[in-house]
Design a protein around this ligand. Structure first.
Ligand SMILES: Cc1cc2nc3c(=O)[nH]c(=O)nc-3n(C[C@H](O)[C@H](O)[C@H](O)COP(=O)(O)OP(=O)(O)OC[C@H]3O[C@@H](n4cnc5c(N)ncnc54)[C@H](O)[C@@H]3O)c2cc1C
Length: 413
């Protein structure tokens, strides 16, 4: 096959993994090009530790270039338009023709979508927001903290629960026990509804143990920042002293105009191949909409959660499929939605949820009780992710050797 150009839109979790895997799998004559508007990448799972003061921004931000393999071309510019019929994308640095396209543009935060919300609330869903909230938590005198999932869908179904538990932990560490309470409001019927009632019950128990008041079934309608009051769609009103929101999410602007999206703008894909309705165009990660067995009825409409763990696995599956199409070697792998999540609970402990999200008749997800090792696993993954790509193998080698020494097992590397 003649030399091909594979363009990947977005250099976040899905985009980086797809680009690095393609570069590894494809001969050098084929181009792998990433278009990313930001020169730096911030690792979102660590925003929670930035909020608690356990990380500084410099520890969780890296140049995108350092996270991409040599031979991956990086265009640092915004994607303005995707022209699927012409096989081109328009970027701030000019036009780019592709043979295969992978859309990995994530989701945008849209605080303006709820009246009164913008400017009235704190958030740990962005780098700057998490740093501002850290400062607020350092001076908060006590009172009622409202953590609010403002609308669906949102990324990382565990994050609001982690955020509520870590805020409580941070305030306790400041000696404010008895002077504050944390309330978690969500339009969902239970924690992590996609994982089913049994797991939801376990997370509810965990929240209760940590002193978090959980309020399901409440969809935010507006915020009265002057009077520090929330109004929900069913007429319920709640007061707060500190408001922390998971802002509404919307598809990125470039996707909204592309014709790739569904009515809401998210990109529907074949759940195994991640192919869109357009030949040679794939989409992965938060920008996609994937229905789940047993959970995708109009009245529940629970899609595959937007999470880095899925963006990562989807990126690998798409890269292998594209490489197989081009070279005729390797396997055309399918994405099978195995996923996991370390749920930070405070005091350097975490729970662990894992399972098969394509399980029949509905996703099968289990929860392991809170312990130190899950927290350590999350820290190790963070270190690995933020290590320049050329040094990751060495880091893994060291970890395996150290693990081998500690356990008395010799490993061949
Ligand atoms: C607080 C928090 C905690 C989280 N914790 C976890 C966790 O523990 N586990 C987990 O699995 N997931 C977690 N997530 C979710 C995870 O970060 C996302 O699901 C993941 O980043 C999705 O990957 P993606 O590639 O689809 O999108 P992103 O990683 O968001 O990448 C999208 C990229 O596209 C770029 N982009 C957007 N528009 C344009 C444009 N027009 N032009 C050029 N570039 C553009 C963006 O700059 C970005 O770099 C967490 C998220 C948050 C906010």
């Amino acid at each position: 096959m003649a030399a091909q150009t594979i363009v990947i839109l977005g250099g976040g979790i899905g985009g980086q993994v797809a680009a690095n895997a393609l570069r590894r799998l494809l001969p050098a004559e084929h181009r792998v090009v990433v278009v990313e508007r930001d020169a730096t990448h911030a690792f979102a799972p660590s925003f929670l530790w930035l909020m608690t003061g356990d990380r500084r921004p410099g520890q969780i931000v890296r140049p995108v270039r350092s996270l991409l393999r040599r031979g991956v071309e990086l265009v640092t510019a915004p994607v303005d338009r995707i022209d699927v019929s012409g096989g081109r994308v328009e970027t701030g640095a000019g036009g780019l023709a592709y043979d295969r396209l992978v859309v990995a543009l994530g989701a945008e935060l849209a605080p303006d979508a709820i009246p009164g919300l913008d400017g009235a609330a704190q958030t740990f869903f962005s780098l700057d927001g998490a740093a501002r909230l850290r400062d607020e938590l350092r001076s908060f005198p006590g009172g009622r903290v409202a953590v609010v999932v403002s609308s669906l869908p949102y990324k990382c179904p565990g994050a609001p629960h982690e955020g509520a538990m870590l805020i409580a932990d941070t305030l306790r560490r400041r000696g404010l026990t008895g002077k504050f309470d944390v309330h978690l409001f969500t339009p969902e019927s239970q924690p992590l509804p996609v994982a089913g009632p049994a797991l939801g019950g376990m997370v509810s128990d965990l929240l209760a143990q940590k002193g978090i008041h959980f309020h399901p079934g409440l969809a935010l309608a507006s915020v009265d920042g002057g009077n520090r009051r929330l109004e929900f769609k069913d007429g319920t009103r709640e007061d707060y002293d500190l408001l922390v929101v998971i802002p509404p999410h919307r598809p990125p602007a470039a996707v909204r105009g592309s014709g790739l999206g569904n009515e809401a703008g998210w990109i529907p894909v074949d759940r195994a191949t991640l192919r869109t309705l357009h030949e040679r165009v794939y989409a992965i990660g938060d920008v996609t909409a994937i229905g789940l067995p047993g959970r995708w009825r109009p009245e529940v409409a629970l899609p595959l959660p937007k999470a880095g763990v899925f963006a990562h696995a989807q990126a690998l599956a798409v890269a292998k499929r594209i490489a197989h199409d081009i070279t005729g070697t390797g396997e055309a792998e399918e994405f099978c939605a195995g996923g996991y999540c370390m749920l930070e609970a405070g005091e350097e402990m975490a729970g662990f949820a894992y399972g098969n999200f394509y399980g029949e008749p509905s996703p099968q997800v289990e929860f392991r009780k809170v312990g130190k090792s899950w927290h350590l696993g999350k820290v190790l993954f963070e270190k690995w992710w933020l290590t320049p790509v050329g040094l990751r193998r060495d880091l893994l080698r060291l970890a395996l050797l150290a693990g081998g020494r500690a356990s008395g097992v010799t490993m061949e590397l």
